[in-house]
Ligand binder design. Structure first.
Ligand code: DX5
Ligand code: ZN
Length: 233
């Protein structure tokens, strides 16, 4: 009886230690600053900023100047997801704009090591992202150099898409590698996360959940309620 009780308590603790990183892609773009402020007040752990260039992905969103403008609205970590290529020539601008974590896609650079060292040169945390069909082999040799792996559970480019559960085995496999090698790497899942699939994403090994449409649209846009539901489900 006590073993089960201890297991359940640990499991609960691990699950609720999950961080929530709301994506501002789903926010009201006419007032991004106050939306970021509202997310901080609502208990967001990170602010997920989706940067798209209309080249690496078929959508265009915001650039470093917008990040610079919204930086003063929150002290929370800016978890910047660069869906852009080429990427190296913009790292400095995103770093100086106030990004804290800079995540790039390996397919967006000719030299992954060089992009990682560029991000580190500006003392930012390094994230590397796998699209749903991209394999772990693409990033395995770089795991010892990064702080975060972002597993996409939708094809990058748009919010409000359907969660792709077929990426969960990849997440489990990555979690195993990280635990075996004792790497200090956050596992972030991004795309279609909602109240139904958040638990299985955590059980598969994610310790950071990104969510845009669920947080901004569910329960009449009650940000605090939606963030808590994702964290505690
Ligand atoms: C998609 C972005 C995701 C997306 C998440 O390319 O990287 O961060 O905005 O939004 P939802 O939660 O609506 O799928
Ligand atoms: Zn994203």
């Amino acid at each position: 009886f006590f073993d089960i009780l201890i297991f359940k308590t640990i499991n609960k603790l691990v699950m609720t230690s999950v961080k929530i990183s709301p994506s501002i892609l789903s926010c009201d773009f006419s007032k991004i600053g106050s939306e970021v402020e509202a997310l901080e007040k609502a208990g967001a752990d990170y602010i997920h900023v989706d940067v798209m260039d209309g080249h690496f992905v078929p959508n265009l969103t915001i650039g470093p100047d917008v990040i610079k403008k919204i930086r003063p609205y929150s002290k929370k970590i800016f978890d910047v997801h660069l869906m852009i290529s080429p990427v190296d020539k913009y790292i400095e601008q995103f770093a100086n704009a106030g990004s804290d974590i800079i995540t790039f896609h390996p397919e967006a650079t000719e030299n992954i090591d060089h992009t990682i060292s560029l991000i580190k040169k500006f003392n930012k945390k390094v994230g590397i992202s796998l699209k749903p069909k991209s394999e772990i082999s693409l990033i395995k040799n770089f795991l010892k150099k990064v702080d975060l792996v972002l597993i996409m559970s939708v094809e990058p480019g748009f919010g409000g898409q359907k969660f792709m559960p077929e990426v969960l085995p990849k997440l489990e496999e990555l979690k195993k590698i990280i635990d075996n090698e004792k790497y200090k790497i956050d596992l972030e899942i991004d795309g279609g996360i909602n109240f139904k699939n958040s638990k299985m994403a955590k059980e598969a090994g994610a310790n950071i959940l990104v969510s845009g449409s669920t947080i901004f649209k569910e329960n009449n846009g009650d940000l605090k309620k939606n963030i808590n539901l994702l964290r505690n489900n």
